[in-house]
Design a protein around this ligand. Structure first.
Ligand SMILES: NC(=O)c1ccc[n+]([C@@H]2O[C@H](COP(=O)([O-])OP(=O)(O)OC[C@H]3O[C@@H](n4cnc5c(N)ncnc54)[C@H](OP(=O)(O)O)[C@@H]3O)[C@@H](O)[C@H]2O)c1
Length: 295
């Protein structure tokens, strides 16, 4: 079997087209322009490129976007004051503080300072709590993107055995929570694996769906995959540099081997990655609608 490719670039494009229509309707009918601010502390090249991509996408969709870049030595107090300023700025519906922050800043303190109604990353405990309870809230972008990929690719999750590898707060734990909810792209039976899991390969071999969010290149190999399983590869690992200077990326799944056994699979790049930024835009539009009591 050669797996069907789950093309995140195409799915993201379709959602962005829907959002463009929604943004222009908000403007025409209600004079509302959704606003996003991204706050970056320091000059980490990967963070710089993530923030630039977020602003570029926002701009392309007609979302007002502001980018603030602060010196790496910025104090926690000054960063908290900036977050507070945007909490009170009616032009801004979504506040994104790019992680990781420098070590002298308490990340949790900053994330918790964001007004939960502007927490478009979905990391504030109010939103995390609502997500676990199955209430309406901002869903964290990468897990939200995975749900959209599964739904739009017709992967059945109800009753499926899902093995998730990785238990981070931004991917593993939230996707596990979301897929056990009684709703679309949910109703699955979840196994969550991590470094203390005894026989991960055995868990994987009985999975209908494997979601790998580990950060170890090509860790999931064909011998760990059941025939016909659906594979979502979240990993983004730099494994080298091409002659043109561009990073060579690999996922957490050995794509070439696994695609011969799986029924469908996301590539890296071009799978989960494009969905993450797209769901940030979706949350920002949602925040603007909420602020105007439209949803
Ligand atoms: N495409 C996107 O938009 C996107 C978004 C976010 C992340 N990512 C990528 O996804 C990957 C994971 O990111 P993350 O932030 O979730 O990572 P993380 O915070 O480093 O967590 C990694 C998780 O994997 C587990 N793990 C590590 N090595 C393992 C092993 N050998 N066997 C079993 N479990 C193992 C860890 O277990 P312990 O908890 O026991 O340490 C941990 O729970 C990275 O490659 C990252 O770049 C991509």
């Amino acid at each position: 079997m050669t797996a069907k490719l789950i093309n995140g670039t195409e799915v993201a494009k379709a959602i962005r087209e829907e959002l463009t229509v929604e943004v222009s309707e908000l403007k025409e009918k209600y004079s509302i322009v959704p606003g996003l601010v991204t706050i970056l502390v320091g000059e980490d090249p990967a963070s710089q490129s993530y923030v630039a991509a977020k602003n570029k996408t926002a701009h392309a969709l007609g979302i007002h976007s502001e980018q603030v870049t602060l010196d790496v030595d910025t104090s926690e107090e000054d960063l908290l004051a900036l977050v507070d300023k945007y909490n009170n700025d009616p032009k801004i519906n979504g506040i994104l503080v790019q992680l990781p922050l420098p070590k002298h800043i308490n990340e949790a303190k900053v994330l918790y300072a964001i007004n939960p109604d502007k927490d478009v990353d979905g990391f504030h405990p109010v939103n995390v709590g609502k997500m676990v309870l199955g209430e309406e809230c901002f869903l964290p972008c990468t897990p939200h993107g995975i749900l959209e990929l599964l739904t739009r690719s017709g992967v059945e999750t109800s009753g499926a055995e899902v093995v998730i590898i990785g238990r981070s707060n931004i991917v593993g734990k939230p996707i596990a929570n979301l897929m056990l909810q009684k709703r679309n792209a949910g109703n699955a039976t979840i196994t969550l694996c991590h470094t203390r899991t005894k026989d991960m390969a055995a868990h994987c071999r009985r999975a209908d769906i494997i979601i790998a969010a580990v950060g170890v290149p090509k860790m999931v190999t064909a011998d760990m995959v059941k025939d016909g399983a659906a594979i979502i590869d979240v990993g983004v690992n730099r494994i080298g540099q091409a002659a043109n200077g561009k990073a060579i990326l690999a996922g957490d799944v050995d794509f070439e081997g696994v695609k011969e056994k799986a029924s469908c699979i996301t590539p890296v790049p071009g799978g989960v990655g494009p969905m993450t930024i797209t769901m940030l835009m979706k949350n920002t539009v949602q925040a603007a609608k909420m602020a105007a009591n439209l949803s």
